[in-house]
Design a protein around this ligand. Sequence first.
Ligand SMILES: [Zn+2]
Length: 119
Amino acid sequence: MTHHYEGSCHCGAVKFSYDGDEITQGLRCTCSICRRKGALMSPEAIPLTALKVEADPADLGLYEFDSKIAKHYFCRHCGIYTHNVTARFPDKCRVNLGCIDDLDTDGFEVIVFDGKNLL
Ligand SMILES: [Zn+2]
């Protein structure tokens, strides 16, 4: 059964929604950018075709480095990271669980992905 999720950055300039697996765990990655962001991400790699992003292109920041396969999106106003296209699955993305409306991540089991060594 799929669940509908909606989320946004802090100021609301960047909004997203998708239908996917029920979120009951979080994922943390140890790669150089994720360890700095410290965000809990969706364990599910969401197909890009399923993620609907609502933002003025001028408000949606994009950060890329190295291979430029992974794409890290953030709000240019409030600076909050909302989602990223994954390096391993360039047609999929993960969202920042902290951005999802009414999702209580306290007590979530955290899956650690060793991106530092595996990417
Ligand atoms: Zn914002």
